[in-house]
Design a protein around this ligand. Sequence first.
Ligand SMILES: NC(=O)c1ccc[n+]([C@@H]2O[C@H](COP(=O)([O-])OP(=O)(O)OC[C@H]3O[C@@H](n4cnc5c(N)ncnc54)[C@H](OP(=O)(O)O)[C@@H]3O)[C@@H](O)[C@H]2O)c1
Length: 335
Amino acid sequence: MLFMQPSVPALPASLDFHGKTVLVTGANSGLGRAACLHYLQHNVSTLIITVRRLSEGEVVKAEILAQWEGKNEDDQPKILVFELDLSSHSSVTAFAAKLKAEVPCLHIALLNAGIFLLDWKVSPHTGNEMSFQVNYLSNAILSLLLLPLLRSTAEATGPPTPSYLSIVASQKYSDSRITGNPISESTTVFEACNDEKTFQPWSLYADSKLFVRLFVKELATHVDSSTVIVNCMCPGMVKTNLARSLSLPLRLVGRLVLSVRARSPEVGSRVLVYAAGGAGKHSHGQMLVVYENLPVISWIESKEGELMQAKLWRETLDALEKNSSGSIVSSTLHL
Ligand SMILES: NC(=O)c1ccc[n+]([C@@H]2O[C@H](COP(=O)([O-])OP(=O)(O)OC[C@H]3O[C@@H](n4cnc5c(N)ncnc54)[C@H](OP(=O)(O)O)[C@@H]3O)[C@@H](O)[C@H]2O)c1
């Protein structure tokens, strides 16, 4: 039945994260938490989890470690809890700096944290519209800040093994208003996304995930896949708390649809872990659904899509330069 989603096979038993350090953002619920459990089952050595409130991180850490009970204590993974709030540039840069100072290597970065909003909301920290800030801009800036560590980790590994930088996206990107009504040449992406007068509730999420898709496609052209594989993925529709901020009637309708159609977080997060650790070089610049690359919608490859991608890239690098030390990052990119 077309309404139902295809099944997701179990992760390959050959996936082995022994000796690897893996970062999962937004690890306290839904897909992030479930992805952590998969990494654990596949022998991860160090798991770095981020949360907005450290107290919640400690609870998740205890829950994850409880899964280890009865197994060899010498092999028990190390779990580090870090604070990260994607609505704030200073939190993103502070997190990246702390990670660099405290963690010598990073093999996999799974940038999972995200939100779904239908209301107009602005980050009090940055003044940017919240979905744009959290789902796109902070994840893009964090990606760029993590690249040097991901690259140096790959280069220090013998034989050289690429690291992974993987962002959770959504096939819903194709519903973005921007594909039918591109941002004009004279308007910046920031101006368009921060204009309350023209915002469209049902496009906020799709717009932010379209930007993620374009960013991954562009970033992949600046990074050698033999050092860092850059990709994104869509877990399909998954029963999580993502719609928590919607009105009660919408949540009730959503719950009904989810109960029939959605994957469990355990199943949906298989797609995350496969993309961020198993997909290999052919996933560079791509979006994975189940365990295969999903072709981009034709708009992305049109002249308009290419212009939008270039515009977004320029503005993202400017934002990085403004908010942190962009020069360090530039040296790791082919610009
Ligand atoms: N569920 C689906 O059907 C579906 C489909 C496609 C893509 N996705 C994507 O999957 C990812 C995970 O979502 P989910 O479905 O697992 O929903 P979820 O259970 O609501 O998890 C979202 C995670 O993101 C964190 N987060 C939210 N705002 C944040 C911020 N400002 N700074 C840092 N962390 C923040 C949340 O932390 P708090 O608990 O502190 O809010 C939580 O850990 C998202 O990127 C989402 O867009 C989900």
